[in-house]
Design a protein around this ligand. Structure first.
Ligand code: FEO
Length: 405
């Protein structure tokens, strides 16, 4: 176990490769979306060759001075030759202006699109940039950086940096997790790393399924000994996160249904209980979220490997309840792999929730298996129909599981 205080110190993660990132332990939410019970880190890495020094990524702007202080424990910041920008988003690129103001001779290295974004976001002039593409290399003197295009992971300009000699992959957001740990090494942190990496994958990556699969193919061809993402711990056993990503992006879906509902007078809640009971009686897992109190980042986490989604909404002035509608909108946007959907709910006089949800989801490729709207109180016949809906979904989920080779 690392005993040094990593909040103020650099950590060598491979010969000549140093983590110089910062901890943001009291950050509570990311993208105004994802709750951060363990805070986060902004990881930057300093790589020293015999002749040149490169800084790969920077940190959120409010931590720029701390980054420079950490670098100063290793080299004079003004001696940095290259600042590699894997990704322009401000949590990583935000300290580029500060670093370049100190390292006056340094060039910014980025993808072609990245160079444009560096100008837009950080006002980096063209004569201080070097554009690189797939397979291009940068020789630091006995240490070679190779660049790998990784568009959309997580912005269109994103690339990975791979240290050839040491087998260190620095993929920015890819493989990240929002945790501000006591040790920077994943094997010294514990099981929360992979569970938080999954939640991170759900929010940031899942929408980009094809780019993820392409990147995994590229990564598979590399000899990787260490993975240093831009959030959370560094993997000295890279297979752990590689296998997890393959499972989430390529592996079979789980026999699991996510049930998301909200109820106003308790009738939709009665239907929800009947649906869930029926799903579970069929041996299929049901994970239930009540939108009155649910954390939406936990919902998307479950959608990484769920086979189906069941929405329960009372009709609210002719449409879905607004709290439920926000979940529908989110799910439509993030595109989970499991696209089977059923909808249930109650209404007082006119209905309309199921129709509205269907209208939003079908054009986005979701298959609406069944809808059920009950007028008035959820009495016995209504709960029987809700149970039948639950069984229909469970049967489809089981059929999906058996159809996967
Ligand atoms: Fe961690 Fe896409 O920035």
């Amino acid at each position: 176990m690392t005993t040094i205080d990593i909040s103020s110190r650099a950590v060598e993660i491979a010969p000549g490769v140093f983590w110089v990132g910062v901890l943001h332990r009291d950050r509570a939410i990311f993208d105004s979306f994802m709750s951060l019970p363990y805070g986060t880190t902004y990881n930057a890495y300093l790589i020293r060759g015999k002749e040149k020094t490169a800084l790969v990524d920077t940190v959120s702007p409010e931590f720029g001075e701390l980054l420079l202080k950490k670098i100063a424990g290793l080299v004079k910041p003004e001696d940095i030759d290259y600042v590699v920008m894997n990704h322009a988003e401000p949590d990583h690129g935000g300290s580029i202006p500060r670093v370049l103001s100190v390292a006056k001779g340094a060039k910014l290295v980025a993808s072609q699109k990245g160079v444009g974004m560096a100008k837009l976001y950080y006002d980096v002039p063209g004569d201080r940039t070097i554009a690189v593409g797939e397979g291009d290399t940068l020789d630091l003197g006995g240490k070679t950086l190779k660049f790998i295009d990784a568009p959309w992971l997580h912005w269109p300009e994103t690339m990975f940096t791979y240290h050839l000699e040491e087998g260190v992959l620095l993929p920015c957001d890819f493989f990240g997790a929002h945790i501000a740990p006591d040790s920077i090494f994943e094997d010294e942190v514990g099981d929360i790393v992979l569970s938080e990496a999954k939640r991170y994958y759900a929010e940031i990556m899942m929408i980009f399924l094809n780019p993820i699969r392409k990147a995994l193919e590229k990564v598979d061809k590399l000899d990787i000994r260490v993975i240093g993402p831009s959030h959370g711990p560094v993997y000295r056993s890279p297979w752990r996160i590689l296998e997890a990503y393959k499972k989430w992006a390529i592996g079979p879906l789980e026999p699991k249904v996510v049930v998301i509902y909200v109820s106003m007078y308790g009738n939709t809640a009665i239907l929800e209980k009947a649906v869930v009971e029926a799903v579970e009686e069929e041996g299929v897992e049901a994970v239930v979220y009540n939108m009155v109190s649910a954390d939406i980042s936990h919902i998307v986490n479950d959608l990484v490997d769920a086979s189906a989604i069941i929405f329960g909404s009372p009709s609210f002035y002719g449409g879905a309840h607004p709290r439920l509608a926000s979940a529908v909108e989110l799910i439509r946007t993030i595109k989970p792999r499991g696209k089977m959907v059923a909808i249930f709910g109650s209404y007082g006089w006119g209905g309309g929730a199921a129709k509205e949800i269907k209208k939003r989801l079908e054009p986005a490729g979701f298959e609406i298996i069944e809808t059920l709207e009950i007028q008035g109180p959820a009495r016995e016949e209504a709960t029987e129909r809700a149970a039948a809906l639950g069984k229909t979904v469970a049967h489809r989920v089981k059929a999906l599981a058996t159809s996967v080779p």
